[in-house]
Design a binder for this molecule. Structure first.
Ligand SMILES: Nc1ncnc2c1ncn2[C@@H]1O[C@H](COP(=O)(O)OP(=O)(O)OP(=O)(O)O)[C@@H](O)[C@H]1O
Length: 325
């Protein structure tokens, strides 16, 4: 990652009533990545987000966002380039969907053409019909309103989106759909997302890197694969040990590339099948059984190639790791 970080927390400490909530924590988040902070309640995840958005003042340490030190002078500028999604998504009931979506772009003086283009693109990603734009929130189902709430945060195309347990209150199906929507929008717009959850499966699905937060510190910040395969502490191991990701078939295919099981160029003489990086391994076996190779896609680009042998190597390593425990 050669770019400079979009968020840089250096030796950050935050206290509430002299009680330490964040303890000398450092974190760099780079442009376009999705970093998920995961951990049990009270670990300090929300406080990290609140610090980045200037809602709490650190006792010590430094925060820069987009290269600007976070201080009273820069706060407005920083916030204008930041989207926030909370668990409680509340649309303005007396405004149409379009008005809800255009409110922030208007405040930011974004051009109407760009706003309309962005809204069309977001509505399409959310699979919402365009005629919904003239409806009011109470004419949409709860799930549809949630979708609009997420779209709203992306409407100004902010460089950075902070998401604080946005799907925690939802049933598993809606949660899954909104996770997919967020990933789809991220692919399209390439924003940087800092996402908080206490759900390990959600962390493994959403995160390109995952930071495990406990007692105001980050115990491990790593790729999903490394977190699961090489937990840095017994706590991290326990946290992820019951997770669905242990079921090998549910691992995202892109993780195999990120973990180095593929190769950057095609294998010789094997027909190529394009496959989305967030396709799960279990859905790809049939392609390999036809003796094809997978060209794994991320943001419409191939990030690597896998053949049957690559998958077998991965499964063998996984097996060895499981039986060593
Ligand atoms: N406004 C506040 N006043 C006093 N203490 C607070 C306040 N907000 C958070 N805390 C305390 O700071 C610590 C970290 O809380 P924080 O909300 O950041 O954790 P979290 O990991 O986001 O937890 P959760 O998943 O439950 O939201 C906790 O001990 C909490 O009780």
């Amino acid at each position: 990652m050669s770019n400079s970080p979009i968020i840089q927390l250096s030796n950050l400490s935050v206290a509430y009533d002299h009680q330490t909530a964040i303890n000398n924590l450092s974190l760099s988040v780079y442009p376009h990545e999705i970093v998920v902070l995961v951990g049990e309640s009270g670990g300090g995840k929300t406080t990290i987000l609140r610090s980045i958005s200037g809602l709490v003042t650190p006792a010590s340490g430094h925060i820069t966002v987009n290269g600007l030190p976070l201080n009273a002078r820069n706060l407005r500028q920083i916030r204008l380039n930041m989207g926030y999604v909370l668990q409680q998504i509340s649309l303005f009931p007396n405004m149409t969907i379009k008005q809800n979506l255009t409110l922030l772009p208007e405040i930011k003086h974004q051009s109407k053409t760009l706003t309309n283009q962005t809204i069309r693109s977001l509505m399409a990603a959310a699979k919402l019909p365009m005629d919904y734009l003239t409806k009011y929130p109470n004419e949409l189902s709860g799930g549809e309103q949630q979708r609009v709430g997420i779209l709203r945060a992306f409407g100004t195309r902010p460089a950075l989106i902070l998401m604080d347990e946005p799907f925690s209150a939802l049933d598993p199906v809606s949660r899954d759909q909104l996770q997919d929507l967020t990933l789809a929008i991220h692919q399209k717009f390439n924003n940087t997302i800092l996402f908080i959850t206490h759900d390990m499966n959600e962390a493994l699905k959403m995160g390109q890197r995952i930071g495990v937060v406990k007692d105001g510190q980050i115990l491990q910040l790593d790729t999903p694969d490394n977190i699961v395969r090489h937990p840095a502490t017994p706590y991290v191991r326990t946290l992820f040990s019951g997770s669905e990701a242990r079921k090998i078939e549910n691992i995202y295919i892109r993780r195999l590339i990120l973990a180095g099981y593929g190769q950057p160029t095609p294998f010789k003489d094997l027909p190529i099948e394009l496959v989305a990086g967030d396709q799960i391994l279990g859905n790809c076996y049939h392609i390999l059984a036809q003796n094809r190779q997978l060209a794994v896609q991320q943001n419409q680009k191939t990030i690597g190639y896998l053949n049957g042998q690559s998958i077998l190597n991965f499964l063998a390593a996984k097996q060895a790791h499981q039986s060593n425990k």
